[in-house]
Design a protein around this ligand. Structure first.
Ligand SMILES: [Zn+2]
Length: 380
């Protein structure tokens, strides 16, 4: 698994200058590639290296190569459509192995600049210390308000699933409750809805105004909103992963998009970033040797988690009530229990067959779900 360590270094003049010259070189290289309609590194190298060395004599040869590689990737991403990409003067520098040396144990990192190699002292925050054992694979330097940020990509060994007994937790994601777990834990979203509503209202107002300062504020607000969503997702995922369960089952998001949210609601608030929540759970779980799996969400909200009868009419808004066995339950809780059982059944089969055995067709998914519920009750 890969992790990123972000470390602060002071805003030094040599770094600032390096960044500007480097980004000019990247832009020149983009211009050349754009004209030739190529992102091929060899072609770019042949046509730009000498020119760039001449134009920016203080930029050492390996940094010119970094600039070329970054330009190549930017050109590739652009697809040569619409407008030519622009590299900002204070945009990031992507270093290659020859242009930096991380010595995290000594708290030192040395970086190529236009004034030669420079050493910087870095403080590794506690939450990053567990990653320092890994192999550093790459480095990006970005400028922030009043300081620079070194982002190191670290490759760590994958942890194996370490539990003898599988304890499964099914998690149903929805907008009224962000996550409902099969162990009766609810993560509500009432105040989150309010906050999202505020952000929406502000965004709408600023978009209407359309002035430059409004646009600036818009960017600021979208950053604030993203951080707010990420923060909530971090808290929920942490609680889920640190629970007594070791296997977490989610619905595959691609199969059911926005099932539970009305059109009006989608338009107004946008959906919660459940994919982020799942990603957070996934990486937190993998760090401590727990596992995560995904199941087909079809029928999980229409099927009784006790008697396995499927009927659309069993669900009344937030409530689930089965007329066959008399189960009365919160609809999302019922769904999360189905998800857990489905995950359990699939994992059982996965160990002997291929790892992804969930059904993608709707009829198959229904049969699979009902079978999982029956088997689960038989073994209990
Ligand atoms: Zn029932």
């Amino acid at each position: 698994m890969q992790r990123t360590i972000s470390l602060k270094i002071p805003c030094e003049e040599s770094l600032k200058k390096t960044m500007q010259i480097y980004n000019r070189a990247v832009q020149d290289c983009i211009d050349i590639g754009w004209e030739m309609k190529t992102f091929n590194k060899n072609e770019l190298h042949e046509n730009s290296y000498r020119l760039l060395r001449k134009a920016y004599p203080s930029l050492q040869s390996s940094l010119v190569q970094c600039a070329r590689d970054q330009a190549s990737d930017i050109l590739k991403r652009s697809g040569f459509e619409k407008r030519k990409p622009v590299k900002r003067l204070n945009g990031s520098i992507r270093y290659n192995a020859r242009t930096y040396t991380p010595k995290l144990k000594d708290g030192i990192i040395s970086v190529s600049t236009i004034e030669g190699r420079k050493k910087f002292r870095v403080d590794v925050p506690n939450h990053f210390k567990k990653y320092t054992k890994g192999i550093v694979k790459g480095m990006v330097l970005v400028q922030r308000n009043g300081f620079f940020l070194v982002k190191l990509v670290v490759e760590l060994e994958d942890k194996q699933f370490k539990y003898k007994k599988v304890r499964t937790l099914g998690i149903d994601c929805g907008i009224n409750k962000i996550a409902v777990c099969s162990d009766n834990t609810f993560y509500a979203s009432k105040h989150l809805k309010g906050r999202k509503g505020e952000f929406f209202y502000l965004r709408e107002k600023l978009q209407q105004r359309g002035t430059r300062s409004a646009k600036r504020l818009l960017r600021k607000i979208s950053g604030r909103e993203n951080r707010f969503v990420a923060d909530v997702n971090h808290q929920i995922s942490k609680a889920i992963v640190n629970s007594r369960y070791n296997t977490f089952v989610f619905e595959k998001l691609s199969v059911r998009k926005n099932r539970k949210f009305g059109r009006k609601f989608n338009k107004k608030l946008g959906s919660w970033s459940f994919r982020k929540l799942q990603t957070f759970v996934e990486y937190k779980a993998k760090e401590i040797g727990k596992q995560i799996t995904f199941v087909n969400p079809a029928y999980t909200s229409q099927t009784c988690s006790v008697c396995a009868t499927t009927q659309k009419s069993f669900r009344h808004g937030n409530f689930f009530s089965c007329s066959k066995c008399g189960l009365n339950l919160d609809a999302d809780l019922n769904a999360s229990r189905n998800i857990a059982m489905l995950g359990n059944a699939l994992l059982g089969r996965a160990s002997v067959n291929s790892p992804d055995v969930s059904c993608d067709d709707v009829a198959g998914a229904k049969a699979q779900l009902q079978q999982s519920i029956v088997t689960s009750h038989l073994t209990c």
